[in-house]
Design a protein around this ligand. Structure first.
Ligand SMILES: N[C@@H](CCC(=O)N[C@@H](CS)C(=O)NCC(=O)O)C(=O)O
Length: 219
């Protein structure tokens, strides 16, 4: 039975999962979430009432959360690129950086974007400022980490880089990474050149007009 991936190409968390599929050339049946009334969206709501995506269906298993989808692929559909190291200590380091990107880069980035699409009069300027400060702190911490490194954890491209790629991509559109954070900027460029992520970025290009803050004319 084919793997069914419920996703939208413009979604950062979906791109995180797509990178893992593309790294190991794992085939899947696309279930595109094209609108609230689409069949795929209705099925997503049945299987996962939070209606967050991506979601993977593999036989009788439903897997939510991009990180867990990537772990699932590594366990049940392994390929030559091991995104979670076999060594438990190295795997823990990868998972720690994966949490960093979800919680301290993606979460504040989404806060700023979702605030922009709230109706007039319901915006949260204080929360947005806090989110921007969190992004600044994350950039500064990551910049120290990335000095002299190619990938964020260990010597190889990993689960943590799968999240870093789309999250830094959109974070820079949302709250630009200052020139002073040269290591973060170089890392973002390296991620953009990774063929798996470059493919996800290309597939999402037609949707750029949807970016609420206005997509910059680059990348
Ligand atoms: N914790 C989830 C987050 C997924 C998520 O927030 N996805 C966004 C798209 S990037 C979404 O589902 N947005 C729809 C919504 O918030 O209703 C994961 O790691 O997969």
């Amino acid at each position: 039975m084919a793997l069914q991936l419920y996703y939208h190409p413009f979604s950062s968390y979906c791109q995180k999962a797509l990178i893992a599929f593309y790294e190991n050339d794992i085939g899947f049946e696309p279930r595109l979430l094209e609108g609230p009334d689409s069949e795929a969206m209705q099925r997503l709501a049945e299987l996962w009432p939070m209606k967050r995506f991506p979601m993977l269906v593999d036989g009788d298993q439903t897997i939510i959360e991009a990180s867990c989808i990537i772990e699932h692929l590594g366990l049940h559909h392994p390929g030559p690129v091991r995104l979670i190291p076999d060594n438990p200590a190295a795997a823990l380091e990868v998972r720690m950086w994966d949490r960093f990107f979800d919680n301290y880069v993606s979460t504040p980035q989404q806060k700023v974007v979702f605030d922009a699409i709230r109706p007039e009069g319901t915006r949260d300027a204080y929360g947005v400022r806090e989110a921007q400060q969190m992004l600044e702190t994350a950039y500064a911490w990551l910049d120290r980490r990335m000095a002299g490194r190619e990938w964020v954890a260990g010597d190889h491209f990993s689960l943590a880089d799968c999240g870093a790629a789309p999250f830094l991509f959109y974070a820079d559109w949302t709250h630009p990474i200052a020139e002073g954070f040269a290591h973060v900027r170089a890392y973002r460029q390296r991620l953009l050149k990774r063929p798996s992520f470059a493919r996800a970025v290309d597939e999402a290009r037609p949707f750029r007009p949807y970016f609420p803050l206005g997509a910059p004319d680059r990348d």
